[in-house]
Structures are given as structure tokens and as C-alpha cells.
Design a binder for this molecule. Structure first.
Ligand code: PRP
Ligand code: GUN
Length: 179
């Protein structure tokens, strides 16, 4: 079912990106990745929770030999440092010498990705790039080269297709924006 609006907790959301548009953009980014990583046996690292649905649809469209693994970032915050230090949890794979592609649902301020990139680069990968379903260019606060954004969006809070509002809405097939 595709509803024009949904209510989650106290907020009303309106349809923004319908499923067919999302899946079309996933196909396009998957084709680019398949082209660029052929023969490199990349390791896709998906960041839980939000990216699970994008990671799943993306993997189904990849035509190359590749691996996928899932990591979480700790909610531990180191108050002594300038930013938030989030530790990578669940990373068992050897990163050294591997071609790594981070799989995210959204890059908003860029804090999460900037931190993750810094930690991964310390592990000496052969290369590391970012594939994200959504990118908010106007919201970015870091100089980041996001090579594989499926879609760029305005600075609105969105839910659905893995993205949540206070834990809810991840199961929606379409993406909605707050009204
Ligand atoms: O660019 P930023 O401003 O850092 O925002 C992006 C991050 O925010 C969301 O994660 P969240 O912490 O909500 O966790 P979740 O994936 O479990 O929902 C999203 O999945 C990104 O990881
Ligand atoms: N659900 C959701 N999570 C986010 N994390 C950073 N930006 C967003 C957003 O727009 N929606």
C-alpha cells in the first residue's frame, strides 16, 4: 500500500520518494559500482540499523563478486574530544588491502561518515568509498567526497525504507518527509 501521508507518533509525514523511484536509483548506483569494482572483490560495509533495506536491494543488483558485512556504531560519546567518537562494533573482516565500500542510508551532517572514514583509513584499506541512498548536500558539515549517492535531497527529515523516526517507520516501502 502506498499512502499519501502517514502518522508516526506525534508527526505527520507526506510521500516524498515512491518505492519505484528509490529502486530505480538503486539500480543506477549498483550498475556504477558493478562497473567500477569488477575484479576487485570489494567488501561492502553496511552501517546498521538504517541501511539494512538499501544494502539488501543494492546487493541484489550487483553483478560482481563481492562480500558484505554489517557494523554498528556505538552510541558511546567521548566528551573530551572535539566531536563524537563512535566505535565500530562487529567488524571481524580484515580491512588491510581490501577495497571497501561503506553502505549508508543517509549522509546528513556527515559526522557519522567522517568519523567512520577516519577509523577505516587507519586500517590501511586498498581504497574506501561511500555509497549512500540519500545525501543532503545543504546539510553537510565536512569536506567529504561521497562518490556513490543514489539520490540527493533537500534538508528535510525523512522516514521509511530503513529510516526511522524514534525507532518507527523503518518498514515503510516509500520514503516520506515531515510535514
Ligand atoms: O550524517 P549524519 O548527520 O551523521 O547522519 C547520518 C546518520 O544518521 C542515521 O543514523 P542513526 O544514528 O539515526 O542510527 P540508525 O541507522 O540506527 O537509525 C543514519 O543511518 C546515518 O548513519
Ligand atoms: N530518519 C532519519 N534519520 C536521519 N539521520 C540523519 N538525517 C536523518 C533523516 O532525515 N531521517
Amino acid at each position: 500500500m502506498h499512502h499519501p501521508t502517514v502518522k508516526i507518533l506525534d508527526k505527520q509525514f507526506s510521500i516524498y520518494l515512491p518505492e519505484r523511484k528509490i529502486l530505480h536509483s538503486v539500480e543506477i548506483v549498483a550498475a556504477r559500482l558493478s562497473h567500477d569494482y569488477r575484479g576487485k572483490k570489494p567488501l561492502f560495509l553496511s552501517v546498521l540499523n538504517g541501511a539494512f533495506m538499501f544494502a539488501s536491494d543494492l546487493m541484489k543488483e550487483l553483478t560482481i563478486e563481492c562480500e558484505i558485512s554489517f557494523v554498528k556504531l556505538s552510541s558511546y560519546e567521548d566528551m573530551q574530544s572535539t566531536g563524537t567518537v563512535k566505535e565500530i562494533i562487529g567488524l571481524k573482516e580484515e580491512i588491510k588491502g581490501r577495497h571497501v565500500v561503506i553502505v549508508e542510508d543517509i549522509v546528513d551532517t556527515g559526522h557519522t561518515i567522517a568519523n567512520l572514514l577516519k577509523q577505516l583509513q587507519g586500517k590501511e584499506p586498498a581504497s574506501v568509498e561511500v555509497a549512500t541512498l540519500l545525501l543532503k548536500p545543504e546539510s553537510l558539515q565536512h569536506e567529504l567526497n561521497i562518490k556513490y549517492p543514489a539520490m540527493s535531497i533537500a534538508n528535510d527529515f525523512v522516514v521509511g525504507y530503513g529510516l526511522d523516526y524514534n525507532g518507527l517507520g523503518r518498514n515503510l516501502r516509500d520514503i516520506y518527509k515531515v510535514m
